[in-house]
Design a protein around this ligand. Structure first.
Ligand code: AMP
Ligand code: MG
Length: 315
């Protein structure tokens, strides 16, 4: 039996697509230096080409081959990689326009998953990879999620188990001032601790302006179930209509329709890990409508709330 990692690396070198486990969510990977291969990602996902992709590398040296390093970038790479932090830096010419949607910057990160890093090494090139789901839909956190939705469009899917973080990486514009463009698996608090300076979080308008193009990863409706989802107001009681699915961080939630609790103990890391699979279960439950309550806006709560807002079609 050939090693699945070797098979996947061969597919990537030939310009094909591979479902790749990472610690955040499963990625749909292609050779980041091959424009035609990268275009295949956009086609398989139905993703508009003005939404830039993240380039995955095996180590910081790999990152500086595709992006220009700066003192802040080197500090963050040393402290946070491998890990769920994407650095937006000036790009080098090795990366074709289709990866960055023509931007002069590129998002780059080193994933904290042994299968992902070994795949990058064996492919011998950086890998462009967005989440491995149809555009706008809930991100995949298991190999089965990828198989169900994109199985017929990829050359191979590597199973690396369920994702340990469960939401996408934090996307950070590094210079001239650090700004979180998308909250995610690495907290703002941790970034401020490492950098020893304040880190801003861009609002929807500033995010769009910072990349000068509309980027649906940043647009209102994304990460969305097919069943309409609404966020409850802070003091609004839980609906008890059995047709309405409910999603909460933890209980108590009164008896009623299908209910997903993200973490019995209210732990935000566990909640991030279970979020997307819980949304998928509610979507498949037969509920006519879904409601969710935001979680505390600290630590990983920022990233969880961002996904919930956008799943509900809010910015
Ligand atoms: P995804 O690959 O679906 O997790 O989303 C990647 C997201 O990263 C995009 O939707 C953008 O929000 C962000 N991103 C990637 N590259 C850049 C860049 N060069 N500048 C700003 N944001 C970026
Ligand atoms: Mg995505």
């Amino acid at each position: 039996m050939p090693d699945p990692l070797d098979t996947a690396a061969t597919i990537l070198r030939a310009g094909g697509l591979v479902g790749m486990p990472t610690e955040t969510v499963y990625g749909l990977a292609a050779d980041a230096t091959n424009a035609e291969a990268v275009l295949g990602i956009f086609i398989a996902k139905g993703r508009p080409t003005f939404d830039p992709l993240i380039v995955h590398v095996a180590d910081p040296e790999g990152a500086w081959a595709v992006a220009e390093s700066t003192p802040r970038a080197r500090l963050l790479a040393a402290a946070c990689w491998p890990g769920p932090l994407t650095l937006v830096l000036r790009r080098r010419a090795t990366i074709p326009d289709v990866v960055t949607s023509g931007l002069e910057t590129v998002g780059v990160r080193c994933p904290d998953h042994p299968v992902a890093r070994e795949l990058i090494r064996r492919a011998g090139r950086p890998l462009a990879a967005p989440s491995a789901n149809p555009f706008g839909f809930i991100s995949p956190t298991t190999a089965a999620h990828v198989r169900d939705q994109l199985g017929d469009r990829v050359g191979a899917i590597l199973d690396g188990g369920p994702c340990a973080i469960g939401i996408e990486s934090t996307v950070l514009l590094v210079d001239p001032q650090p700004v979180i463009l998308r909250p995610g698996g690495l907290t703002r608090e941790r970034l401020e601790e490492i950098l020893g300076e304040p880190v801003a979080v861009a609002n929807a308008q500033a995010r769009a302006a910072s990349i000068a193009l509309p980027a649906p990863g940043l647009l209102a409706s994304h990460y969305a179930p097919r069943t309409p989802l609404r966020l409850l107001d802070e003091h609004e009681p839980w609906p008890t209509d059995p047709r309405i699915g409910r999603l909460a961080l933890c209980g108590p939630v009164p008896a009623g329709g299908p209910t997903e609790l993200l973490s019995q103990s209210g732990d935000l890391a566990e909640a991030a890990r279970t979020l997307f699979a819980s949304l998928r279960r509610l979507d498949a439950s037969g509920a006519t409508d879904l409601v969710a309550r935001l979680v505390p806006a600290i630590g990983l709560g920022l990233g969880i709330n961002d996904r919930l807002r956008r799943a509900a079609g809010l910015g």
